[in-house]
Design a protein around this ligand. Structure first.
Ligand SMILES: NC(=O)CC[C@H](N)C(=O)O
Length: 191
């Protein structure tokens, strides 16, 4: 099992460290040929317009979209979630756009730039997950083929559609390995 971490901008090192703690080998993805060497990819948080622009500049946007549409497992956190959404409210920014969700960027409001909350995510376990939100988006709408995994009040913050997993928060910034383990075991290995 080897997981590619899209290394354009943002929190890719933190994802590498989390995967290393799970004993999973990683590869920093900067060239499209590398996509055929991995069993899944993570698109980190950061600035979605910057990552989207760089994916275009590095000729990774199309190959990544094709691989995901063919079933390559992908986990997008925060900006990564925005990039996977087919619809982004009030934005025509470049995106991968493979997942049937509509997201709003910086959606929790300016006053709450970042916050942490205990989230119960039954798919991941009974103990709550400490979820770190940083200028976070949330999901406004999903198609019926999308499984909602977690909400903060009425706002969807984690979801899955077949090979695509997204979270509005940053599981790579805590010591809790359960969300990455869920991605590896359930989404990548299909256990
Ligand atoms: N922490 C994050 O990834 C923030 C996402 C950022 N607000 C964006 O729109 O790209």
């Amino acid at each position: 099992m080897k997981i590619g971490v899209i290394a354009m901008q943002g929190a890719f090192r933190e994802h590498e460290q989390t995967l290393a703690r799970l004993g999973v080998e990683t590869l920093r993805i900067r060239r499209s040929e590398q996509l055929s060497q991995v069993d899944g990819v993570i698109i980190p948080g950061g600035e979605s317009t910057t990552i989207g622009k760089l994916l275009g500049d590095f000729n990774l946007m199309e190959p990544l979209r094709e691989k995901i549409l063919k079933g390559l497992p992908v986990f997008g956190t925060c900006a990564g979630m925005i990039l996977l959404a087919k619809e982004i409210e009030n934005s025509n920014q470049p995106r991968i756009g493979t997942m049937d969700i509509k997201v709003a960027r910086n959606a929790f409001g300016r006053q709450v730039d970042s916050f942490e909350i205990d989230l119960v995510i039954p798919e991941v376990g009974q103990e709550p997950v400490r979820a770190v939100f940083i200028r976070a988006p949330y999901i406004l709408e999903v198609k019926p083929n999308v499984q909602i995994l977690a909400k903060v009040e009425d706002k969807i913050v984690m979801a899955r559609q077949e090979n695509m997993l997204v979270s509005a928060f940053h599981p790579e910034l805590t010591d809790d390995l359960r969300i990455h383990r869920y991605f590896i075991e359930k989404v990548c290995k299909g256990l």
